[in-house]
Design a protein. Structure first.
Length: 414
């Protein structure tokens, strides 16, 4: 008898449903020749979006300069371009030693938590969150504590509620602004209140701003770093979304605020960065081009732009639907849609997503995958064409209607 190989038990609490069993089932169906409408992942390249030519050319023209490992924190030219952005935001104390470039923000989320946490340390994470944040806290021996950002508050957190969740073990607070999945864009007074909390309780602020330029209607983005003076702020951003270049795997993080008091932490980040030698060098050449070149993302979010029109289609289709509701996303590239499950006893978002995939060939991500306590939401991306979005929302509404019909005798009998 072969003895089973044990695995890391911390993984029992870790999930990433965006590429989880549902996704595997979709692949299965596709292999059987059944086409699937995939609305599960924010991967612009899969929906016909292209990275801007000036970014692509920057990489192509530097291929020969990309064959050696570079500094563990990243190419100086690329880090300097990031410093220039932070200085333009008024952060005059930031220099290249405060910047770390990684293989996407994903790698830096893990690295930044690994450098900070000791077993049992708590990290405040929004619910809903981009689930890598929760997963990375767990994998680094920390304890995620989720602060609610419910639809009734337009997806925004309440600083008073957050403060009640702070304990002597709380080390950090994560904010995702604009938020994936709910599309909330944080107003400045809210950010100021969170910054004040962080300063009062000596928390590190992790501000994930990867969607900073994807804004709808009158939404205005405010960077967190200039608001955090008396504590450490780690700002994260990258090329995956605004620059539609997920596959290049380029992200960065910048330390600002009380960097003097964080010297040991920054040294551990440098050590962790050195242990993996450096991030993908050729992709880093795209950073100066992306940050200094023309703006190619704002138009996507304005009338006539792909994201604008698909968002409008989502809002139209949800408005005429019988069973769906959504808080209009003000930023990022997703809709976090609620299902009216009042007449659906035992409704469960995970089972719903599986049934929708099997019976309507539409792939969504269940809301509970984003660490919320309620189980009546799902996330879709705004990346498909508007017409497809309208059709899919109509299909989903019709599907919920069928479930409600079937549940009727059950409700009557109950
Ligand atoms: C909020 C958020 N942060 C980080 C990431 C990871 O991005 P990257 O491609 O830079 O690893 C994503 C990807 O979807 C995201 O939505």
């Amino acid at each position: 008898m072969l003895r089973p190989i044990p695995h890391n038990e911390r993984l029992a609490d870790v999930r990433y449903d965006i590429r989880g069993p549902l996704h595997a089932r979709a692949l299965d169906l596709e292999q059987q020749g059944i086409p699937i409408v995939r609305l599960n992942i924010g991967n612009p390249g899969r929906f016909g979006f292209e990275a801007p030519t000036h970014i692509r050319e920057a990489i192509a023209s530097h291929l020969r300069d990309s064959e050696a490992y570079c500094h563990q924190q990243g190419l100086t030219e690329a880090r300097q371009a990031i410093v220039d952005v932070m200085r333009a935001r008024g952060l005059s104390g930031v220099d290249t030693s405060h910047v770390f470039i990684g293989n996407g923000v994903s790698e830096l989320i893990d690295l930044s938590l690994r450098g900070l946490l000791n077993p049992g340390d708590e990290v405040l994470v929004p619910a809903p969150d981009y689930p890598l944040w929760t997963a990375a806290v767990i994998l680094n021996d920390g304890q995620p504590v989720h602060y609610p950002c419910p639809p009734e508050r337009l997806g925004l957190p309440d600083p008073i509620e957050i403060e009640r969740m702070i304990t002597p073990r709380t080390r950090a607070i994560v904010i995702i602004n604009p938020n994936n999945p709910n599309g909330a864009v944080y107003p400045k007074p809210l950010l100021e209140a969170i910054a004040a909390l962080a300063e009062k309780h000596r928390l590190v602020v992790f501000s994930d701003e990867i969607y900073e330029g994807l804004l709808f209607e009158d939404a205005k983005f405010h960077a967190m770093a200039p608001l955090v003076q008396g504590s450490l702020c780690i700002t994260m951003s990258g090329l995956s979304k605004m620059h539609r270049a997920c596959g290049y795997r380029v992200g960065w993080m910048v330390a600002s605020g009380r960097v003097q008091a964080a010297r040991d932490y920054l040294r551990s980040l440098d050590l962790l960065a050195a242990l993996r030698l450096c991030s993908n060098v050729q992709g880093q050449w795209a950073i100066p081009a992306a940050l200094q070149g023309p703006d190619t993302h704002t138009a996507l979010c304005q009338p006539g732009g792909r994201l604008f029109e698909t968002r409008a289609a989502l809002l139209r289709a949800v408005a005429r639907s019988r069973y769906l509701r959504v808080v209009a996303p003000m930023g990022a590239m997703y809709g976090f849609v609620g299902v009216d499950a009042r007449n659906l006893p035992g409704f469960d978002d995970q089972q719903f997503a599986l049934d929708l995939l099997d019976q309507r060939q539409v792939l969504i991500v269940p809301g509970s995958s984003f660490n919320v306590s309620y189980r009546d939401h799902f996330r879709i991306t705004l990346l498909p064409e508007a017409a497809l979005m309208e059709r899919v929302i109509d299909t989903i509404d019709g599907f919920v209607g069928e479930l409600a019909q079937k549940a009727r005798p059950h409700v009557a009998a109950a």
